[in-house]
Ligand binder design. Structure first.
Ligand code: NAD
Length: 487
């Protein structure tokens, strides 16, 4: 324990950066606050361009040895990291819940096991990563995935460790070294990950963690000439700044951004299922990029759908995310709550009707909300709120449903409720979305491509697509009997 250690719900968390296998403190700090009750958790090192540069230098220094480490050894160490995560699921869960307000039971049973799985999956995928050799006029083509180099990974607060490790695991598996910059509203579990990785035997400098405000250290990371990859999950305005900053070095980017995804409910759908899918959109207090926040319901069933939705929404319990019976926790920060409420009040002033909620509960919690009577071109239909705020519109033809579904600048996901397989196929083919769920929601497999179209992102990660992004692909062409003729 040092003056830089916080005790969060009984768990010791180092508040400093992790650079080159050492803890490094900044002179300045920022205050980390719990969304559960607005209480101060503690002071965290507030990185500057200096620490950003030191972290990139550490990643650069560690790169040659890590890139040269055999696939089998890299995979072994990643499995050891997964073991370390599994041993600390309880610690990681309570720290994450305290820090970002998401449900403790989800962290324990879903999110943290998935964090471990991120490491296991990419370790195993690495071992079977290959492309069959092929011939061109007797010449052999051989494709290889070469580690690209130091990678900067920048992540948001809504699912901190899950989203961070979804990038860290494939980047490390690929043989890259990493500088991770977690969100300033949820910095803690990244620090625990550094401890776990070090204990698992990950060499110094292979994973570095810098804390601080993106506006203060982001540019130093993303414009750095030694950085070979940038993977970012967050908002569209930040993505634009990162793209500008990375342009000088033409650093390849992977961008996973916001959404305004639709839930299309056709009259032939199982309405109970459709309502279950709809109510799920309040998960994580609506702070889910993939959330289907726009309900598009066929006119003939809209009244019945709404009635059942209102009934079901009334059964949800909102409150302390540490309690087993809570369904919806707080929003991340009073500033986020203000933003959410401003969206809702502007929508109401423009003529929307709140069928459910429509107001804040206090400074930390926003009432789950459903708005109807909203115009397609209105702000509330077009812009991402990132809170428990949903809209409902109706359609009368399949054509209209598709048109409304596609009519935003986003294209992250879409969910369909229908009993007609042919319709599902027809509609899916016309939707602009990285992921389409038919009669289900949030089923995600790490081998599937994941990402968004239009303003929801650039590129895809997952399975081989992650390795394609984090590696420099190389094709080696060898002449027939090459050694006899040329050697
Ligand atoms: P944000 O863009 O404000 O911040 C994300 C991260 O970027 C933080 O770590 C922040 O410190 C950093 N950052 C800020 N300015 C920066 C700069 N100039 N340079 C470099 N980094 C900088 O986003 P947020 O509010 O933390 O997250 C919410 C957003 O993330 C929503 O739009 C949501 O839809 C999106 N999101 C997308 C996905 C996805 O997979 N598509 C997943 C989760 C969240």
């Amino acid at each position: 324990m040092t003056e830089h250690t916080l005790t969060v719900a009984g768990v010791a968390v180092d508040t400093r950066h992790w650079i080159g296998g050492r803890r490094v403190a900044s002179t300045e700090t920022f205050t980390d606050v719990s969304p559960i009750d607005g209480s101060t958790i503690g002071e965290i090192s507030r990185g500057t361009a200096l620490e950003a540069a030191a972290a990139v230098a550490a990643a650069k220094a560690a790169f040659p040895a890590w890139a040269a480490t055999s696939r089998a050894e890299r995979a072994r160490i990643l499995h050891a990291v997964a073991d370390g995560v599994e041993k600390r699921i309880e610690d990681l869960s309570i720290v994450e819940t305290t820090d970002n307000g998401a449900l403790l039971r989800s962290h324990r049973r879903g999110v943290m096991p998935r964090v471990a799985h991120n490491f296991r999956f990419f370790a195993d995928w690495l071992l079977k990563l290959e492309h069959e050799d092929f011939e061109t006029r007797g010449h052999t083509n051989h494709v290889s995935w070469d580690p690209a180099g130091p990678s900067v990974l920048i992540t948001p607060w809504n699912a901190p460790l899950m989203l961070a490790t979804w990038k860290v695991a494939p980047a490390l598996a690929a043989g890259n070294t990493v500088v991770l910059k977690p969100a300033e509203w949820s910095p803690l579990t990244a620090s625990l990950l550094a401890d776990i990785a070090a204990e698992a035997g990950l060499p110094a400098g292979v994973l570095n963690v810098v804390q601080g405000y993106g506006s203060e250290i982001g540019d130093a990371l993303t414009s750095h000439p030694d950085v070979r990859r940038i993977s970012f999950t967050g908002s569209v305005p930040t993505a634009r700044r990162i793209a500008e900053s990375a342009a000088g070095n033409l650093t390849p980017l992977s961008l996973e951004l916001g959404g305004k995804s639709p839930l299309l409910v056709f009259a032939d759908a199982d309405l109970d299922l459709a309502v279950d899918l709809a109510v799920e959109q309040y998960d994580n207090a609506g702070q889910v990029c993939l959330a289907a926040t726009r309900f598009l319901v066929e006119e003939s069933v809209a009244e019945e759908f709404t009635r059942r939705f209102v009934e079901k929404a009334a059964t949800l319990t909102q409150g302390d995310p540490r309690h087993e019976t809570t369904d919806i926790g707080p929003n991340i920060h009073p500033r986020q709550l203000e933003k959410i409420d401003a969206f809702v009040q502007r929508a109401l002033a423009a003529g929307a009707r709140a069928v459910v909620g429509g107001h804040r509960k206090d400074t930390q919690y926003y009432a789950p909300t459903l708005l109807t009577d909203v115009a397609q071109d209105s702000e509330i239909v077009q812009e991402e709120v990132f809170g428990p705020v949903l809209t409902l519109q109706t359609f009368s033809t399949e054509e209209e449903a598709v048109r409304l579904a596609n009519d935003t600048r986003f294209g992250l996901a879409a969910t369909l409720a229908t009993a007609d397989a042919e319709r599902a196929e027809r509609v899916t083919a016309q939707l602009v979305a990285g992921t389409v769920w038919v009669n289900c929601f949030f089923v995600r497999d790490l081998q599937a491509p994941f990402g968004g179209s239009r303003h929801s992102g650039v590129g895809r990660e997952g399975g081989t697509w992650s390795f394609d992004f984090y590696c420099d692909l190389k094709n080696t062409v060898t002449a027939p009997n090459g050694w006899k003729n040329h050697g």
